[in-house]
Design a protein around this ligand. Structure first.
Ligand SMILES: [Ca+2]
Ligand SMILES: [Ca+2]
Length: 423
């Protein structure tokens, strides 16, 4: 991870083309106005950090907890003037019990033993994913640490255990995008590590024209299948182009480390990384191609019937499929407007008669089986990402694979199928 990549500049850039603007952007003395509404983008998640408590529905206040005992991984933070301040103090325990003297305060939007999983485990940790997204625009407004022995980072790891069960599990570097690693008050490094595909790259670093510890600045990363762009104060600073860049949802870290990484061996405490807000967006033009289940052609397996119910559903109705055993299915024919990568979002109606179904599209399974059982009725979504090689009508089939032990039947309830194009 981070210590390894800083001075290990072995670049494999055959599939990457790095574009460095010829003129450096003129960084404003003050952070430019940055309205939360961005033309062309839809806000998918944000935390303005304007309260006095951490939103634990979004953040895990712990750094890669499985690698060390809990007290060593816990974040130290407080809220001040509409920002969260991540802090590393002299009295804070080192992250590791011996050896490496690193101290860290970090927030992350997922946890799991497989994240950065090549490290020795101290204990097992339950998997939790609070926010991850594939492609989009991600930004923070922040002020970095003044301490020259530390560094702060706004970075991303893939949130897919299957990746780590493959060869990368045994390598020292895994899927990672670093929107920045900031050190020595004005130095930065942007990174893109993508061992799953051809484009493995350390995208290099440089110097800001400002002391990032003195004032807030806006740092952003735009990620598409074909490039990653890095922005500072809304100015494009660097672009890395490659093919099929990290094609899995990633989750977010905000991290402050103190060690000797920046080249100074005597930390100045406390070190603080202050974040005014975190915001994530997806491209607006590609959002919300919603097709109501009640309007779609529907084929049912032998002996299965359906009913149409209202209940305040999207578009006025939802479709209840009266499947009653494993193997039954409901197949909707929906249109894919163009080829490319999409989030396929199934809008479904929960209930105590629902089964577990697997989505297949034109015969290929996608995503995990969807358990629509709940003791109460509600509308929920299940999302998976699919690459469509062509446009046109596709068969979205939900096949019953079982049921929750608490469910009384194997029914399926579909409200809509939504396609979100992500490239
Ligand atoms: Ca704020
Ligand atoms: Ca509907």
């Amino acid at each position: 991870m981070k210590r390894l990549i800083m001075f290990g500049l072995a670049l494999t850039l055959a599939a990457c083309a790095i574009t460095i603007p010829t003129a450096r952007p003129a960084y404003a003395a003050d952070t430019p106005a940055n309205p939360i509404a961005k033309s062309g983008w839809v806000l998918t998640k944000n935390d303005e950090f304007n309260g006095t408590t951490l939103d634990t529905s979004l953040w895990v206040p712990r750094y890669l907890g499985f690698r060390t005992s809990t007290d060593r991984g816990n974040a130290d933070y407080y809220f001040k003037d509409g920002s969260i301040v991540l802090r590393v103090t002299n009295s804070m325990p080192t992250y590791y019990s011996s050896g490496d003297q690193m101290k860290v305060s970090s927030l992350q939007t997922a946890q799991g033993d497989f994240h950065q999983g090549s490290y020795t485990k101290n204990h097992n940790e339950p998997y939790a994913s609070k926010f991850s997204q594939q492609y989009g625009y991600f930004e923070i407004r922040a002020k970095g640490q003044a301490d020259r022995s530390g560094h702060s980072a706004f970075w991303f790891n893939t949130d897919d255990p299957s990746i780590y069960q493959q060869a990368t599990r045994n390598t020292t570097q895994q899927l990672e995008i670093d929107a920045f690693e900031n050190f020595r008050r004005n130095q930065y490094r942007f990174n893109l590590y993508n061992p799953m595909n051809a484009g493995i790259g350390n995208t290099g670093g440089g110097s800001y024209s400002f002391d990032f510890s003195a004032d807030y600045h806006i740092y952003a990363m735009e990620w598409s299948p074909d490039y990653v762009k890095y922005y500072v104060d809304n100015q494009l600073v660097k672009q890395v182009s490659a093919t099929n860049i990290v094609n899995k949802p990633m989750f977010v870290y905000l991290s402050l480390y103190v060690n000797t990484w920046g080249g100074d061996s005597s930390p100045t405490y406390p070190a603080e990384f202050t974040i005014d807000y975190f915001r994530a967006y997806q491209k607006a033009a590609e959002v919300n191609i919603k097709q109501e289940a009640e309007n779609l052609p529907l084929t049912l397996s032998s002996g299965v019937t359906k009913e149409t119910w209202a209940d305040g559903a999207s578009g006025g109705s939802w479709v209840k499929v009266l499947s009653d055993s494993t193997g039954d299915y409901a197949e909707f024919t929906a249109n894919v407007p163009s080829s490319g990568n999409y989030q396929v979002i199934t809008g479904y109606r929960t209930g105590n008669t629902r089964g577990i179904s697997q989505l297949s599209i034109n015969g290929t399974n996608h995503g995990s089986p969807i358990d629509m059982y709940k003791s109460t009725a509600a509308y929920q979504e299940a999302t998976t990402t699919v690459n469509f090689g062509s446009a046109g009508s596709k068969k979205f089939r939900y096949t019953i694979t079982g049921k929750n032990a608490s469910s009384s039947n194997y029914q399926i309830g579909i409200d809509y199928i939504k396609l979100v194009k992500v490239n």
